[in-house]
Design a protein around this ligand. Sequence first.
Ligand SMILES: [Fe+2]
Length: 485
Amino acid sequence: MNTVESGAANPYLEGPYAPVTDEIVAHDLEVVTGAIPEDLAGTFVRNGANPRLPPKGRYHWFDGDGMIHGVAISGGKASYRNRFVRTSALTAELEAGEPLWTGILEPVDLRNPRGPFKNTANTDLVFHAGKLLALWWQSGIPYEIRLPDLETCGEERFGKDHRAGISAHPKVDPRTGEMMFMTFGMRAPYLSYGVIDARGELAHYVPIESVPGPRYQHDIAITERFTILMDLPMYADPEMLKVGKSRVRFYRDKPARFGLVPRHGADVRWFEAAACYVYHTINAWEERNAAGEDEVVMVGCRIADPLMGDPANPKLSHEVPSIGLQRLEPYLHEWRMNLATGKLTERRLGDMLVEFPRMDNRLLGVKSRYSYNPKVAHAPTVVFEGLAKHDFERGTDVVALYPEGWSGGEAVVCPREGSTGEDDAYVLTFALEHATGRSELWIWSAKDFGAPIARVKIPARVPAGYHAWWVPSSATASKKGTVIS
Ligand SMILES: [Fe+2]
């Protein structure tokens, strides 16, 4: 079996990020401390970049092939397995015995007969209409992943031969079962918006003409009536693009724009905010303010200075992680869009660096109180040194730190069987000891957050990765998401 060369001294190919090559299955996992709750039943799955072949040219953490790590839990017992996402691109590379694409740090190869970019499906996971889908951050055709064995079933085109694909972070409305998504690209329309219905079929797909150029899109948010799209002032210099060169710039003098589009509509109402970049939203909802005006509220992680090497960045005494060009200094933030006045107000909600936030998805699109936010360490690369439970009502955090030398990942809210409300749930993530590669699944009580109630040993190294999902056993028999009644 070929292994990935890590001699290029790329920090994202070493230590906690070093890829694994073996695909294993292990049953009846050892519980190191505590006990797996009896009322937790389902599968925790997490995606991430795991290059199968040595990179062609410079490697960026976002380039690697998708690998899914899954822990199935039932009756107080757990089993683990990991599988590559067998994309058509990975299959072609394995047949060729060499990489066929360069990564995003190399010039875009428009002469590549297979297309300039490799859809790795390495970024995100969503369970919708009875299917688990692996998704790619640059917009691509999703891959269906079979449960429980995590084998790749093939491309998902939503019953309508939808070849434009979808980006990472579609949003499933637990009340209607619909999934809202966006697609973006280098050519007009630079942003499109769509809805997949509860049966998994494409029901709505429209170009968003008011986004004037290619943008680095990553996330959206939903409320009961609207989807929130973004037009953020970090993008490739349009003048350089005209001469075939790509130079990413952050335009501090331009506003960040958040656009409300009616769920099944096409007309966007844009609101202007201070320049920033946003990788991840947490939630959004509609409410009425004290003056009786309707507002759309969105909370998420805001980065004021998103590029490394920008001379306008503030001088800091502490280190801020980077991923290639990207500078990760995110803080919790709230944006309020006033539907009566057309004005947006915003405020920072905390002083802790946090990213990859998650909340109880049963409240997606309506007001929620808590989120679980991995705490970003002051380190040169992205390391989550703890997990912070944020209470939006009180503005407080409870922080659980990992032991020295350990880090964790995105933490998913997994409702207890018979759960009756927000936070009547467990919170799950993978944790990793960097020096030894020892990996564990950590389980917390959402309500009594603090020390984990169980640490489950994974008999393989689980490298640092990206986004995770919880597929409750009950959902595999239902076409809708679960909802708090
Ligand atoms: Fe993401």
